[in-house]
Write a protein that binds this ligand. Structure first.
Ligand SMILES: [Zn+2]
Ligand SMILES: [Zn+2]
Length: 249
């Protein structure tokens, strides 16, 4: 009797949710984040017009869009600004250069709270995972406590979960949520000091090595400071580190 009433209640809840979603869709129909046409959160026509980074022209190590011959990241000057001599990862790739379209998508997803875009972005990112990359799990740098509070969700976690689902890999939550400030409001020098010590592994994972390698996911590769700091922290955990971002500044 009790089981029947529980099943009945859960059915009622499903019907109520379906009705409220249908009402929302009628009042505020889903529109494409780029062209505003109703239907999908990102339409196929807009996806086909994106300026995807050509892997044949990009840096084979860091994925910089035109870095095949001369990379703007893998050189002593750029790396020196980050206080290092070499890139701290085994491979890195990005889907789009940071332009008007990718910027709009990231802002709509991250600041506009359009969480449904995570699947679209992850779908594009999955195509940029190189066949030579060997990793057993997907990880991410959690949003700072302040960013999490103001947005109500962790954009990097959503991206990592969507990508991991597409790649049929688990998500490894290895980092503690930093209490640092939003990186976007800081200069390159400010980003470095802000990140110092902010990238801490969770106490329960720091002693469990991940032999198979890790893929670190983020929305934008700006100066590389965030990903480099993450890689530095991961060195003690895994022998292979790869990075994948949606956009590349
Ligand atoms: Zn569109
Ligand atoms: Zn490079």
């Amino acid at each position: 009797m009790a089981a029947t009433s529980l099943a009945h209640e859960s059915l009622l809840r499903k019907v109520a949710r379906f009705a409220s979603e249908a009402a929302c869709e009628t009042l505020w129909p889903t529109r494409c984040a780029l062209c505003d046409r109703p239907g999908q959160v990102l339409c196929a026509s807009c996806i086909s017009q994106l300026a995807f980074i050509d892997a044949w022209k990009s840096c084979p190590l860091c994925g910089s869009p035109f870095g095949l011959r001369q990379c703007d990241f893998c050189n002593t000057l750029a790396l020196g600004r980050l206080g290092r001599e070499s890139a701290p990862f085994d491979g890195c790739a990005s889907v789009l250069p940071f332009d008007e379209c990718s910027g709009t998508l990231v802002r709509t997803f991250k600041d506009g709270g359009e969480q449904r875009l995570a699947d679209n972005l992850a779908n594009m990112m999955a195509r940029y995972v190189q066949p030579s990359w060997s990793f057993g799990a997907v990880t991410y740098v959690p949003a700072s406590k302040a960013a999490y509070r103001s947005r109500g969700f962790d954009h990097a976690e959503l991206l990592a979960c969507a990508l991991a689902a597409q790649l049929s890999k688990p998500v490894a939550r290895v980092f503690e949520r930093p209490s640092s400030r939003d990186q976007r409001k800081l200069t390159a020098r400010g980003r470095l000091s802000n990140l110092k010590g902010a990238m801490r592994l969770r106490a329960d994972v720091s002693k469990q090595p991940v032999e198979s390698g890790l893929l670190v996911v983020d929305d934008v590769f700006t100066t590389g400071a965030t990903l480099c700091a993450a890689c530095d922290a991961l060195v003690q955990l895994t022998p292979h580190i790869y990075c994948l971002t949606f956009a590349r500044a």
